[in-house]
Write a protein that binds this ligand. Structure first.
Ligand code: EPZ
Length: 419
């Protein structure tokens, strides 16, 4: 099994280019199912989750071809409407295929995803929405079986909480429903805006994405469209923290700073300098960051997907910070691994108190989920001596070429294979 070996202490310097967004690519590739024909989706990163998405689409009968960073998805040949447990358990976002299949073919059978390392992550809001659109839903043998008359029917849906996947799922299904759908208390993440733009290029009528009320006028048919996915804001944020934690000076290309306002404010409070010129963002780390408190919230609040990485930064900050996780109930699994670097962290309920130390010391650690793994890499970049991270297949789900991008900035990091 691959491991990462990091020798800490290098100040990162130079330029890095951010890849296409994983969390925007997934629903956009799945939305291609809505139109009988071939869409080319550009700026799709090479990641395990994308390979799983391709396998999922192929298992339905679609043709998927990769050329560089583009995926050509031909959904004309879809001939089955079932997504099996094998696929859905490796990637929860596979469940998003339920609504598009149902909207286009009138029926679908998709495995329930089951538990997840960071929280229970139910899909009750997705199912409540599909029922409101007229679907008949049965849960049997671990599968969701959904049926509708010829068309789904537009409806007013009020989410009980802000759900990114739920909003995306209902937006896709409603695009082919008869009449108007209004999604209230919708999530506002940039990935939702990106998906809406792709749907509209396919001929959908989606308005208000990026606000908490989205109106969708259903159409009878969508047509394939070519689209370029937005840059990955979480990868960009992770590189901003890599620059900050090493006291580095990094120029970040192909990122949208406006997607990371909440993170930027907190980094600036911690003493990090952030400037932007001609679309390139420069991040200069302080000699030592100041301690800052954060609370994760739905967008535009501080992203839960940056919580672990920010915690790594706070481990070496001057002072104590309180980090509250409000989105997922079990997203502190990196804490016990960060403690192996000597970090002083205590957890009480939804909050972790981090007392910053001048030094961390390299250690063998284990990745537990995607963003937790990123926090271990960041800690390894500043820790004394050698850090060895195992189970890095989690990182390969969400960070394209992480070690070569970090090496390009001067980090001492390499991937080794074998026991
Ligand atoms: C998306 O997950 C992202 N995944 C996650 O990124 C991200 O952490 C999360 O949004 C929050 O920003 C993708 O986009 C593929 P939610 P999603 O529905 O859509 C609860 C990463 O590291 N909930 O917004 O599954 C849920 O349990 C990943 O890249 C319900 O209770 O998240 C959670 O507590 C991990 N019922 C909260 O809402 C539902 O029906 C937010 O979940 C749906 C969600």
């Amino acid at each position: 099994m691959d491991r990462l070996i990091i020798k800490g202490g290098a100040r990162l310097k130079g330029s890095v280019t951010i890849s296409g967004s994983k969390n925007a690519s997934l629903p956009i590739c799945i939305a291609a199912v809505l139109a009988p024909g071939a869409s080319t989706i550009a700026n799709v990163p090479h990641l395990r989750d994308i390979t799983t998405t391709s396998t999922l689409l192929q298992s339905l009968g679609a043709t998927v071809e990769r050329a560089g960073s583009s995926l050509r998805i031909d959904a004309a040949s879809i001939n089955t409407v079932e997504a099996t447990y094998d696929l859905v358990k490796t990637m929860r976002a596979s469940v998003l295929v339920l609504g598009p299949l149902l909207a286009r073919f009138g029926r679908a059978r998709v495995s329930l995803p089951g538990g997840c390392a960071i929280g229970a992550r139910p899909i009750d809001q997705h199912l409540k929405g599909l029922k409101a659109l007229g679907a008949e839903i049965r849960l049997e043998h671990g599968y969701v079986e959904a049926l509708c008359k010829k068309w789904l029917k537009g409806a007013r849906i009020n989410f009980d909480l802000s759900t990114v996947g739920g909003t995306e799922h209902l937006m896709m299904a409603a695009a082919l429903a008869k009449g108007e759908t209004i999604l209230e208390n919708a999530a506002r993440e940039p990935e939702i805006v990106d998906l809406a733009a792709y749907l509209n290029l396919m001929g959908a009528h989606v308005e208000g994405a990026g606000t908490d009320t989205i109106r969708i006028q259903g159409v009878e048919q969508l047509t394939p469209a070519d689209y370029e996915v937005m840059p990955d804001r979480i990868e960009a944020g992770t590189f901003m923290i890599a620059a900050a934690i090493t006291g580095g000076d990094v120029m970040i290309h192909n990122m949208k700073l406006e997607h990371l306002d909440a993170l930027c404010f907190k980094l600036q409070d911690a003493g990090v300098e952030i400037t932007s010129k001609d679309g390139v963002v420069r991040v200069q780390g302080p000699r030592r960051p100041r301690a800052v408190n954060i609370k994760t919230r739905p967008y535009p609040g501080f992203p839960t997907d940056m919580q672990a990485q920010f915690m790594a930064l706070m481990c070496v900050a001057d002072g104590a910070s309180v980090i509250s996780e409000n989105i997922f109930e079990n997203r502190f699994m990196h804490v016990s691994e960060l403690q192996r670097f000597g970090a002083d962290i205590t957890i009480e309920g939804k909050s972790a108190t981090v007392k910053g130390l001048r030094k961390l010391s390299g250690a063998p650690v284990m990745a537990t989920d995607l963003r937790a793994s990123a926090s271990l890499v960041l800690a390894g970049l500043v820790a004394e001596n050698i850090t060895e991270i195992s189970r890095i297949y989690h990182l390969d789900r969400g960070y394209e070429l992480l070690e070569s991008k970090l090496s390009g900035l001067g980090a001492c990091i390499e991937r080794v294979q074998g026991p």
